[in-house]
Design a protein around this ligand. Structure first.
Ligand code: TMP
Length: 253
């Protein structure tokens, strides 16, 4: 494959210059990090699975009119996306208490929240992604009031849709993180979903047993991490091709 210009390398993905202006190639790595990079590991095959899962979910969202950066999957580990200006805010939506919410407010894990809770975190590895309010976001110029309105409306719609989609395959959407970007086209700008949606940034519990099927298995050393991601992919009906490739080691560039 021809050498491509690397635009950005994150903890789980690499962005390369795309084939046409305004596009990027998003490459999914097997690297996993937790607790702001203090824990690092490799989950063999995770990149292949997340590429598939995120493709599937982004396509389902596009079908209901939620704009995303996704264009098409290119191969086992790469997808073509629209180039967007990333808004440096992580939008977390919670339906059931877990993770940092339990720690912060001493709530028992698994408690159903009286309503979905939306939180904003400022994307900064240096600061450890601090929780911020709308006041911080607008005062420091990270996003406008209009951006926040768009992220909130899209986030809640995505939450309702994905909650139903996952429940249909026996999974509870406990919480998840979204990233958004500004897409500039024809002198207009709109806020679209960016990054990825996968078990790396969603908490998914089996609806019957409450077994964790997401990155918490890595964060908390629960074992069978890849198997859990594979099961999520299988239930969504996107496993077949990815599964064959996971069993056959080969060079992926
Ligand atoms: P938290 O309970 O640790 O705040 O995480 C809430 C949700 O956001 C959970 O589904 C995991 C996801 N998340 C990320 O995708 N990236 C992060 O850096 C963090 C802290 C959480």
């Amino acid at each position: 494959m021809a050498r491509r210009r690397r635009i950005y390398e994150g903890k789980a993905k690499v962005l390369f210059e795309g084939p046409e202006p305004g596009t990027l190639v998003q490459y999914f790595k097997d690297d996993a990090t937790a607790f702001n990079n203090s824990k690092h590991g490799i989950i063999s095959g995770k990149g292949v699975l997340n590429n598939r899962i995120s493709e599937y979910l982004m396509l389902r969202l596009a079908e209901i009119g939620v704009p995303t950066h996704f264009v098409r999957r290119l191969n086992m580990r790469e997808q073509l996306v629209r180039e967007v200006e990333i808004i440096p805010i992580e939008v977390v939506i919670r339906n059931i208490a877990a993770g940092s919410l339990c720690k912060r407010f001493k709530i028992e894990e698994g408690t159903t929240l009286p309503r979905s809770i939306v939180e904003y975190y400022y994307k900064s590895d240096e600061l450890g992604d601090p929780l911020v309010s709308e006041e911080h976001i607008t005062a420091f110029g990270w996003a406008t009031t209009q951006d926040i309105d768009d992220m909130l409306a899209l986030g809640l719609r995505i939450n309702d849709f994905l909650t139903g989609l996952f429940l249909g395959v026996g999974l509870r959407l406990v919480d998840f993180k979204l990233e958004f970007g500004r897409l500039y086209e024809n002198e207009e700008v709109r806020v679209v979903v960016a990054d990825e949606i996968s078990p790396d940034n969603c908490r998914l519990w089996d609806a019957k047993t409450n077994e964790k099927m997401d990155k918490d298995r890595f964060r908390n050393d629960l074992g069978n991490v890849k198997e859990a991601y594979q099961e999520v992919a299988r239930r969504l009906g996107v496993l077949s091709e990815a599964d064959i490739d996971l069993k056959t080691p080969r060079v992926v560039n």
